[in-house]
Design a protein around this ligand. Structure first.
Ligand code: GLU
Length: 321
């Protein structure tokens, strides 16, 4: 079916979704990272960006929050840019674990594989893949430059969050060394873990995340800067990873009910991609039991349902002025 939308309709749907989700309560801030436990639970933002750079922003969309697991998306893209989509498939994998984001059991169950760059194990492995190997500062620069290209503006390290995570990331330390044991770490394990922890501690805004989402939806071209950030062949690969594991063990439920591939982080951020149509981001700190933001989920789902859109619907969607 052909679906013709106007920008006014999209703006109105986003406003309605924001208003609705503002009334949704429940969930709790992530408690296992001290910094996140203390963030104001009432913050809430929703941002939509179209492929022509048109932006719709509601609420706290310029507040810098911890990007956390959403950082797994840009670094998976960077590993695909520097190596290849096939290389990421062979070195890390592209399978859902069906288990929590920090599961050690998943590594053992999946024949010693990190499964996907979008869970902790695979993300630490992806950090180890980044070039130039053995040079922490140069690798860090590559990771941050890539996020800057995807967002059209730079993220900022939240030092307090980085310290907070570094002092408490015992489970991730175990993952890094277990992966080393199974030859799934392609650089120094401690350096790879530190880069992963640092990238999770980057502060990002809802507006920036919506630009990153729109860059993926626009097959690698940043709608704000016009820069081609990655080859268009990477776009369906990263969107597939997001669709299969973006919401951890509740990913199937999410895609079934919302229709949009999306990646969440325990900082409360959600990044959603409807290929060729738009990028969307939402942010609110309280999380459900799987670690996904309650309000952000409500907002994105409502937006999709109002517009009657869905990745699997098979519709041809056009947006007019
Ligand atoms: N830095 C967090 C961790 O490694 C990220 C988890 C997430 O956002 O899912 O536990």
């Amino acid at each position: 079916m052909d679906i013709k939308l106007t920008k006014a309709q999209i703006k109105e749907a986003a406003q309605q979704a924001f208003d609705y989700a503002s009334t949704v309560t429940g969930g709790e801030n992530a408690h296992y990272i001290p910094y996140l436990a203390n963030i104001d639970s009432n913050l809430f933002g929703l941002s939509v960006m179209l492929p022509d750079g048109t932006a719709f922003n509601f609420g706290d969309t310029t507040y810098k929050f911890g990007i956390e697991s959403v950082s797994k998306v840009p670094t998976a893209i960077l590993a695909m840019i520097q190596d290849s989509p096939q290389g990421v498939l062979e070195k890390i994998g592209a399978d859902a674990t069906g288990l929590p984001f920090n599961s050690i059991f998943a590594i053992l169950l999946e024949n010693h594989s990190p499964s996907t760059p979008l869970v902790n194990a695979g993300a630490i492995s992806a950090c180890s893949m980044i070039n130039p190997k053995g040079n922490s500062e140069a690798k860090w620069k590559a990771i941050v430059d890539n996020i800057t290209d995807l967002c059209g503006s730079a993220p900022v390290l939240i030092d307090e969050l980085y310290r907070s995570e570094s002092e408490t990331n015992f489970n991730n330390r175990a993952i890094a060394w277990l992966l080393k044991n199974y030859e799934r770490i392609y650089d120094d394990p401690s350096m790879s873990l530190d880069l992963y922890t640092r990238q999770c501690s980057l502060g990002i805004t809802c507006e920036q995340l919506s630009v990153m989402a729109a860059t993926i939806a626009s097959h690698g071209v940043n709608p704000l800067t016009g820069k081609r950030v990655f080859d268009q062949a990477i776009s369906p690969k990263i969107t597939t990873l997001i669709a299969t594991v973006g919401f951890y063990q509740s990913t199937g439920n999410w895609l079934y009910t919302s229709g949009i591939p999306a990646k969440s982080g325990v900082g409360g951020g959600v990044l959603g991609v409807l290929p060729g149509v738009f990028g969307i981001a939402a942010f609110a700190p309280p999380l459900d039991e799987a670690g996904n933001s309650v309000k952000a989920q409500a907002a994105v789902k409502k937006f999709m349902n109002i517009l009657g859109l869905g990745l699997m619907n098979g519709d041809f969607v056009t947006i007019a002025d």
